[in-house]
Design a protein around this ligand. Structure first.
Ligand SMILES: Nc1ncnc2c1ncn2[C@@H]1O[C@H](COP(=O)(O)OP(=O)(O)O)[C@@H](O)[C@H]1O
Ligand SMILES: [Mg+2]
Length: 233
């Protein structure tokens, strides 16, 4: 906006815009740093992987490959977080197809999956970012629960809502905000075999907010967590 009005108001507005620019520069710098570090890590990791593949078989090889998979997964998540997929062009996508695809991934991860969707339902979203948000949440549900339910429905307001629920241990109400914080993982001992760096929920919330909506967490009727993404129409 353009500062106008009394001198003091204009000065305050100008100071506010300067602050906004400083914060934006700070965020951009941090994001660029995270992206370049992650990107740089890829090269030596690829080299290690190649060396391991060419080495004569040895006892620890399988475990090392597992560690490398985990590192690669972390780097992917860091890059996704840094990139934010903000530059993507919005497209109209089918929400039913979207939750069906996320459900198939959850099924492959070993969960029993239920898809509930009324009538054909479409939305204008940035497809890669939005798919990543949903698959992060479905991945969490499959990692923590055995039964996963994905629901898409239109809201009377014209927007829509996607619910991702599971029958796992859930997250206590007073830990919800903590769970959304980047790099935060709750109770690591509980899910040791679950690869993650604590960015899944942070990315999903960024994406939802970037679309003008939000994500909330609550207890599911299934007993575990219910993540609700709501986007305005
Ligand atoms: N469906 C869920 N049920 C129980 N706990 C969950 C669920 N989803 C996320 N959490 C908790 O919130 C933390 C943060 O989740 P997330 O941001 O996806 O990070 P990550 O999965 O990489 O650990 C997880 O470490 C886990 O403790
Ligand atoms: Mg996760």
């Amino acid at each position: 906006f353009k500062p106008s009005g009394a001198k003091e108001v204009r000065a305050a507005a100008q100071a506010f815009m300067n602050m906004r620019d400083r914060i934006q520069r700070y965020i951009d710098q941090r994001t660029a740093l995270l992206a370049s570090v992650s990107h740089d890590l890829r090269t030596p990791l690829t080299r290690l992987r190649l060396e391991l593949a060419l080495a004569p078989p040895f006892k620890r090889a399988e475990a090392m490959r597992g560690d490398m998979d985990e590192m690669e997964h972390m780097i992917d998540e860091y890059l996704a977080f840094a990139r934010g997929e903000a530059g993507e062009t919005p497209q109209e996508i089918s929400l039913v197809d979207l939750i069906t695809a996320a459900g198939e991934d959850a099924r492959r991860a070993g969960a029993e999956v239920e898809i509930l969707a009324s009538a054909p339902l479409t939305a204008w979203v940035r497809p890669l970012a939005f798919k990543r948000a949903i698959s992060n949440l479905a991945g969490n549900a499959a990692a923590h629960g055995e039964h996963v339910r994905l629901t898409a429905r239109a809201l009377p307001s014209g927007g829509f809502e996607i619910a991702i629920e599971d029958d796992g241990p859930g997250i206590p109400d007073d830990m919800h905000e903590e769970a959304f914080r980047p790099f935060s993982r709750l109770d690591e001992s509980r899910n040791q075999n679950h690869k993650g760096v604590g960015l899944g929920l942070a990315i999903a919330r960024d994406v939802a907010r970037g679309h003008g909506g939000d994500i909330t967490l609550e207890r599911s009727d299934l007993g575990g967590l219910r993540a609700l993404i709501r986007l305005p129409g």
